[in-house]
Design a protein around this ligand. Structure first.
Ligand code: ZN
Length: 332
């Protein structure tokens, strides 16, 4: 049993309170390899932004849970080395699927976990979330629950269609479970293909697909029910068109990839939304940089020569998100 405090990590409680009061959102970036982690830590340290390092169940399987845990511990030390005196870094389980997965993460030093019971009948979601909260709070680990279903596919999480969170359920859910934050569904979705072309309109000026707007009326209704309570948005990549274009230019085949416009995420950040999950955009930035090197320097075979540019490109993306979308810079 390792407590996250011994690793120099923090939970989300203070961080979210400040973010809700201050009208900004904390970035939650997924990682499963060294270059991603380096890019996240460098970006957070340079901008002095609190940051949530997210690990999905798939990432734990891919990279090994023990290794990931030590990487997160290393991230705190690395951040200090970069001149960030008191790093505000959370290690968070993304989409915990069972009490056992959550418990195992808590026992290994995670400072925050998500229990995703959103696919279950309401009462079962309440019971499962409550069980995780009761265990987690003994160790001051914070818990994210979810109500409503997001569409899309990412790792092991998938759903055909989305169901918006019902504002009339949120008070009952939060009261009964004791969760510290709530992930909601208002039209964001997982993956790089968030919308079909039929769901979008065509911008005649740019020729790009414009997705349907987020359901800000649902967000507002939820905020009225739960004033000041931390709200989380999953599936909030914007799918930068320049990265998609680079990928396609150098042999990729990502047609009609569409994300959430950054203006809408910026608007959401100013509300009770205090955690925004971004994963696909980093995947795109990494893939674009690697493809470009492979296409332009086909004789290159030193991994540092393509993973280095990939890291630089991800770092640039993370800084952009922190400063221009979430507004979390200079908050840690
Ligand atoms: Zn998610």
């Amino acid at each position: 049993m390792i407590n996250y405090k011994d690793l120099g990590l923090v939970n989300t409680r203070e961080m979210f309170k400040k973010a809700v009061d201050g009208g900004y959102a904390i970035p939650a970036f997924n990682f499963n390899n060294m270059e991603q982690l380096q890019a996240i830590v460098m970006a957070a340290a340079e901008t002095k932004s609190p940051v949530i390092l997210q690990v999905s169940k798939g990432a734990r399987q891919y990279a090994n849970q023990t290794l990931l845990r030590y990487m997160a511990e290393g991230a705190v030390e690395y951040a200090k080395e970069l001149g960030w005196e008191k790093p505000q870094i959370v290690l968070h389980l993304d989409h915990g699927d069972s009490f056992e997965t959550c418990k195992s993460c808590i026992d290994m030093g995670f400072s925050s976990v998500m229990i995703d019971g959103s696919h279950l009948p309401y009462d079962e979601n309440v019971a499962l979330t409550k069980k995780v909260v009761e265990y987690a709070h003994q160790f001051d680990v914070t818990v994210e629950g979810e109500l409503g279903v997001l569409a899309g596919v990412e790792d092991e999480v998938s759903a055909e269609e989305s169901h918006y969170t019902k504002p009339e359920e949120v008070v009952d859910f939060v009261t009964k479970t004791g969760c510290d934050s709530l992930a909601i569904s208002i039209g964001t979705s997982h993956g790089a293909f968030k919308f079909t072309p039929e769901q979008c309109t065509l911008d005649p000026q740019t020729g790009r697909l414009v997705p349907p707007p987020l359901a800000f009326d649902v967000l507002k209704a939820i905020e009225e029910q739960l004033p000041g309570f931390p709200i989380v948005l999953h599936g909030s990549s914007s799918v930068p068109q320049d990265e998609v274009d680079t990928i396609n230019k150098y042999g990729g085949a990502l047609k009609a990839a569409v994300g959430i416009p950054e203006e809408q995420l910026r608007e959401a950040s100013k509300s009770a939304v205090c955690k925004i999950n971004i994963d696909s955009d980093s995947r795109l930035a990494m893939t674009a940089a690697v493809r470009e090197v492979f296409a332009q320097k086909p004789a290159e075979f030193d991994p540092r020569k393509y993973l280095g540019p990939a890291r630089d490109n991800m770092k640039k993306l993370y800084i952009h998100k922190i400063v221009n979308v979430l507004g979390s810079n200079d908050k840690a």
